[in-house]
Design a protein around this ligand. Structure first.
Ligand code: COA
Length: 506
């Protein structure tokens, strides 16, 4: 046996389960539900899905795939393009898969990420025939150590009929010890989750499985696909500065201290850039209790700003992958990976008092947020954990640039074309133009702040024009709208490629 494999396979009795990726892929049955490890391109099953892609060249095979969140190209791109995926949940972020979802070639269940484990327990998702689980090691006593994400793997492992392990020896051994696996029991019979601060460890370092379910072990050396976020720009830097000033005013008002509260920051370039803004600030001793640890978190650990960071996955660009995975020992006592039902648990988010920062595609003049559907119909990525956090956070903040597609689109519209986060879950909005603190405000009070502080100057007049006429038309109703016109900006965009009104008149 390869000595590198021998080192990672503590339970030697499992050695006779080692097979090739092709042999493991041959075990997957057509028409079944398959759970896979992986969360936002981290810790995903890779070689067995790619062997399934090969198998699908000669044979019809279609499966339902559930994961933690989005996976790298092996599944969400290649497996999708090979026509193997019938249904996909609960999150994706790939251009190929997105295209197939929006052409009715894949059915997509976009769901709150904390909900999946409960649905597995209830049998709504399942029966799960196989779990394909990437691991860095199997300990002597049979604990499976996941790689750089945990996601839904513990609950899949409990309920799957069979488990195929991809033992990935390219991941650093120093990952052993950073996981904290705690799995709540059945609803109605479970105890309170015993965590009262975000730095507490409450579980085991690996996933405990019924060893008889381990059907195959495939040795892999495939690295994770790097994250594709783009570096901060002047506008996202500006958004970060606006947010930092807001935190300063909250400290002045006595609602926060310099350590703030545990921070959650969403996926994508904008959320990463905003978090990056803390690097040059006076804030320190920060704790991150998030879903994904992106580049910014490790930069903040290096800058001495973050003392501890917990999440369910680590998703890094190529540059940061080299830096972090090459020196993981340096970060090991400062980071922790948990199952997504713990990182995103409403009970803990509320108890710990998180400050949650997520990204909107568009929002309306009353504070409803659309994070998922372009012009109300086409899926972008999914709601991910944003709803888990926004509704339960102490402070639910949404960030977005005030415009998209070179200025043709206003991110602030009369009525959102799809609602992910209702006005009741949105406390604060930040764009590169400014901030709207909506807490304690009635809908009509919010309008002025959102239009004046957050909208792009090119669209302000048009937004006021809509609101004033809606106010008149409804006699100042609780939430004024002109229903025939509320989505006309999106109609204009579809017809004329811009939301600017002059074009409608032309
Ligand atoms: N209408 C149409 N397209 C829009 C748009 C709008 N109102 N606003 C943004 N876009 C487009 C951008 O032009 C860009 O397109 P491109 O990839 O072709 O350049 C794309 O959406 C991404 O926008 P960007 O400004 O680069 O932001 P981002 O990378 O931060 O992603 C979301 C923003 C909303 C797509 C992303 O954060 C997301 O999927 N969020 C939902 C899930 C979530 O919040 N998870 C975190 C929970 S922990």
């Amino acid at each position: 046996m390869d000595p590198r494999v021998e080192k990672r396979l503590g339970l030697k009795g499992l050695a006779d389960k080692i097979v090739t990726a092709e042999q493991a892929a041959a075990l997957i049955e057509d028409g079944t539900v398959v759970g896979m490890s992986g969360f936002t391109r981290a810790g995903d099953a890779k070689v067995v899905p790619m062997a399934l892609v090969e198998r699908a060249k000669n044979e019809k095979i279609k499966i339902d795939v559930y994961t933690g969140a989005s996976l790298g190209p092996e599944v969400d791109n290649h497996l999708a393009a090979a026509g193997v995926i019938n249904k996909r949940g609960p999150f994706q972020g790939d251009a190929v898969m997105r295209g197939m979802i929006n052409k009715d070639q894949i059915s997509y269940v976009d769901a709150h990420l904390s909900h999946n484990a409960e649905l597995v327990r209830q049998g709504v998702i399942g029966p799960i025939k196989h779990l394909i689980l990437e691991a860095v090691a199997i300990t002597e006593d049979g604990l499976i150590i996941p790689s750089n994400s945990v996601g839904n793997s513990p609950i899949f492992a409990e309920y799957a009929e069979n488990i195929i392990i991809e033992l990935n020896i390219s991941h650093p051994e120093a990952l052993i010890g950073i996981h904290d696996i705690y799995v709540p029991g059945e609803q109605g019979k479970r105890d309170a989750i015993p965590m009262t601060n975000a730095e507490q460890r409450i579980g085991e370092i690996g996933i405990r499985v019924d060893l008889d379910k381990i059907q195959a072990i495939v040795i892999s050396e495939e690295p994770d696909a790097p994250s594709l976020i783009v570096p901060p720009d002047e506008e996202t830097q500006n958004m970060a500065n606006i947010l930092l000033d807001f935190f300063r005013s909250e400290i002045k008002a006595g609602r926060l201290t310099n350590e703030l509260m545990p921070l959650q920051s969403g996926v994508g370039s904008v959320a990463n850039a905003v978090l990056d803004g803390f690097a040059d600030s006076e804030f320190e001793n920060l704790v991150v209790a998030s879903e994904v640890l992106q580049d910014a978190v490790f930069n903040l650990i290096d800058a001495g700003k973050v003392r501890f960071a917990a999440a369910t996955s680590i998703t890094l660009t190529e540059e940061l992958q080299k830096k972090v995975y090459g020196n993981l020992e340096k970060y090991a006592d400062k980071i922790c990976l948990r199952p997504q039902e713990i990182s995103n648990h409403p009970e803990l988010i509320r108890r710990l008092g998180l400050i949650s920062i997520n990204t909107a595609l568009e929002l309306d003049i009353y504070g409803n947020v659309n994070s998922t559907h372009v012009s109300g119909t086409k899926m972008m990525n999914g709601i991910g954990g944003s709803g888990d956090f926004a509704r339960n956070a102490r402070l639910g903040i949404f960030v977005t640039k005030s415009y998209a597609k070179g200025g043709a689109i206003s991110s602030i519209v009369p009525m959102v074309s799809h609602v992910d986060h209702t006005e009741h879950d949105v406390d604060v909005i930040v764009t590169e133009q400014g901030i709207a603190d909506l807490r304690g405000l009635a809908p009509k009070e919010r309008v002025k702040l959102i239009i004046e502080n957050c909208a792009h100057p090119d669209f302000k007049e048009q937004l006021w024009d809509y609101y004033n006429r809606a106010f008149e038309a409804t006699g100042g109703a609780q939430t004024p709208h002109i229903l025939e016109e509320a989505l006309s900006w999106h109609v204009n965009l579809a017809k004329n490629k811009t939301m600017k009104k002059e074009v409608t008149k032309a």
